[in-house]
Every structure is written in structure tokens, then in C-alpha cells.
Unconditional design. Structure first.
Ligand code: MN
Ligand code: MN
Length: 300
């Protein structure tokens, strides 16, 4: 079926309920929550925009033929779409509880759970659903650190997701953050992240990407959190808080592939895309392709 026809589930995968009994390789869950943004709203529309764009990459049972290594990829992959968390926007604590519960359920069913944000604050409740994963490592690809104790009177904004996760999860061992380049850094957050031994990799230390990949964890259970503002705004303009001088698509994919090849990916979130800020729809298409390629990196 052509991409403009039919009802959009992610890559035209079968729909499942989190309450029914099934197992799959990959599960897709939308988390349309964006009231924790510090600037332009609209990331709540990203799960739907990504699903619609993903129809261009719908997964046939026979898989894709990949020119890079001239073989068929993802043949027989069991991909399921479980729809969205029902998020009560004006009850953020209840929203976080529902997100955590859904993340826990999806983990029990899918070998690779994928979470479509939403703003970056969703990573905190999603990660709480990984509280039983021993020695959990995070690879965060982001222009910003998101390790602030508070911002403008709230402790649960998209600037604090990993600070709250680090407080709540004794099993969270380490965070590697790549692509940092925000203009106004929270000095206390940088000090707190370094005090915990986190690896902070600013964009100006990433000219040699092979050496950057060597700074990624190795042999660990890794949760990958991809904030689209890590990409250059010329590549992906659809984000709340763009920062100039970012990654190309190819650089981002090399970092993601490096993360997946060196480690076991146990979860993946894709956040901070604000689709209506790119009326061409290209940012959503990029998102769908990046997610498909990440799946290919985990299921080679
Ligand atoms: Mn972020
Ligand atoms: Mn960011």
C-alpha cells in the first residue's frame, strides 16, 4: 500500500494493547506530553506526525534490501505499535505515573521498547520503569545537559529529567551526554553531573567521530535518549529549542550505531520534536527514518 493510504500505525505495524498478552521484538509507545517545555510547545503532536511519516518506511514481512551491505534487513521482525499513553496534561504527577506504568508494561512485552515523545521530561518516568535493570547506562544525544535541579520554579521540566532519574534510580550507573552546545549552561548542573562521574562530550570535541565513539560505553545495558535538538536545525528545524552548530544526520546515525554495536540497547526514546515548526514535514520523515535505522542497528 502506498504511504498516503490507510490508517497510520508506526511503519504500518500491527496495533496491540498493553493489557493483552503478546511478545514482540520491538514495541512503539507514543508519549504525547509537552507541558514541561521551556520554550515553544507542540511536541505532543510528534507521535502522530512520526507515525504518519513512518508509512514511507513501512516494514514488509520480507524486510528491506539494504544497499550498504547488499542484503535483506529486518526480515520477520516483530514490530508492534501500542498507541499512546493517555496523558492528563494538567495533572503532571498522574501523567508521570501513567507513563511509568506504560513503560514497565511495554518492557515486559517488547525486547526493544521505543518511546516517542513528547518533551524530554518524559525520560524521567520512562526510566523509572527500568528501576530493576542492574547497572543501567544512559547514552543521551542532546544539545543540552537536562541535569538541572530546577528551572523557573519546577523540578520536573525537560531540563531536569536526568537529575530526577539519577535521584530515583540507584541502578543508574552512568550517563554519557554527546553533542552539548547550549548557549547558557547551568553551572550547578554541570558540576553535579561531573561529580557523579558522567561523561560530558561537547560538540567541539566531536570532530573525530571515531574517537568520540570510543568514549561511548562498552558491554553495558544502555538506554538511548535522543533529543532531536542534537541535530543541526538546518537538518531538523522542528524542535522547541534549536541550537546552531549541531550534528548532521549521518553523524547522529554513526553515534547511534556505535552505541548499539558496543552495547545491549534496552530502551530508546526519541523526544523534543515539534512537527508544526517544519511545515515541509521533512523533520518528521527524518524522525521516522532515524527510528527505523536504530531498529536496524539493534536487529542487524
Ligand atoms: Mn533534552
Ligand atoms: Mn535539548
Amino acid at each position: 500500500m502506498l504511504p498516503f493510504a490507510g490508517i497510520p500505525s508506526f511503519a504500518r505495524s500491527p496495533l496491540e494493547s498493553l493489557d493483552s498478552d503478546w511478545q514482540a521484538d520491538v514495541g512503539i509507545l507514543g508519549v504525547p506530553f509537552d507541558i514541561a517545555l521551556g520554550y515553544r510547545p507542540g511536541a505532543r503532536f510528534a507521535p502522530r506526525a512520526i507515525r504518519e511519516a513512518s508509512l514511507r518506511f513501512s516494514l514488509p514481512p520480507d524486510g528491506f534490501y539494504d544497499l550498504r551491505d547488499r542484503r535483506v534487513r529486518l526480515k520477520g521482525l516483530e514490530l508492534r505499535d501500542v498507541g499512546d499513553v493517555d496523558v492528563p496534561s494538567l495533572e503532571p504527577q498522574l501523567a508521570r505515573q501513567r507513563i511509568e506504568a506504560a513503560a514497565r508494561q511495554l518492557r515486559s512485552k517488547a525486547r526493544l521498547p521505543i518511546f516517542l515523545g513528547g518533551d524530554h521530561s518524559i525520560s524521567h518516568p520512562v526510566l523509572r520503569g527500568f528501576d530493576d535493570k542492574e547497572n543501567l547506562h544512559i547514552v543521551q544525544i542532546d544539545a543540552h545537559l537536562d541535569f538541572s535541579n530546577e528551572r523557573d520554579g519546577t523540578r520536573y521540566s525537560n531540563s531536569s529529567a536526568f537529575r530526577r532519574a539519577a535521584e530515583d534510580l540507584p541502578n543508574l550507573k552512568h550517563i554519557t551526554t554527546l553533542g552539548l552546545r547550549g548557549f547558557r549552561f547551568d553551572r550547578e548542573a554541570v558540576a553535579a553531573a561531573l561529580a557523579r562521574g558522567h561523561s560530558l562530550v561537547p560538540i567541539w570535541e566531536m570532530d573525530d567521530l571515531d574517537r568520540t565513539i570510543e568514549r561511548l560505553p562498552e558491554g553495558k545495558d544502555v538506554y538511548l535518549s535522543f533529543d532531536v535538538d542534537a541535530l543541526d536545525p538546518s537538518v531538523c528545524p522542528a524542535t522547541s529549542s534549536p541550537e546552531v552548530g549541531g550534528l548532521s544526520y549521518d553523524q547522529a546515525m554513526r553515534l547511534i550505531r556505535g552505541t548499539c554495536e558496543r552495547n545491549t540497547l534496552v530502551g530508546f526514546d526519541f523526544v523534543e520534536m515539534t512537527p508544526h515548526l517544519d511545515s515541509s514535514g521533512n523533520s518528521a520523515l527524518l524522525a521516522a527514518r532515524l527510528i527505523m535505522e536504530t531498529i536496524m542497528a539493534v536487529f542487524p
